[in-house]
Design a binder for this molecule. Sequence first.
Ligand code: CA
Ligand code: CA
Length: 173
Amino acid sequence: MDSAEYERKIAFRFAAFDQDGNGYIDRADFSAAAARLLSEFGTPARCDKGQALYTGAEALWQGMAGIADVDGDQRVTREEFVGGAVKRLRDNPERFAEIARPFLRAALAVADRDDEGAASVPGVERALRVLGASPETAGLAARSLDTDQDGRIIEDGVVAAFATYFTVIEPDA
Ligand code: CA
Ligand code: CA
């Protein structure tokens, strides 16, 4: 993989967290992501699902800051993201998975509007689009998360895919 391709892949991952696109990742990006998801699925912030999502978003931010905010200014720059979240976590993707799990669990619960106990493929696709994925990427990702193709997406698969996406940067197949 040449450095331009690597940079492009990093830029996509950074942009996924930089929800407001201001060039750095901070707490506001995580609360914005939570607010967008709640609004998309018509879930009030003041309910168990809403509170769990905000709590998970805060935990994910704290975890990312602990790993990547090297200078402690409560902002993760692209440089810090590459050096911290990508490089340091590559050796320990399980750590990132556990940091992200409460948020991902809560997001899946929000996407599971009819409380069937698992989010559907279209529900997850919608959630990914709200968080900034292109329609094509969101569709592909949601379908690939349904590994046994029963139409439902479970937490462990999402957590593993999340950790892999942000810690393993590989050339296009
Ligand atoms: Ca931002
Ligand atoms: Ca920083």
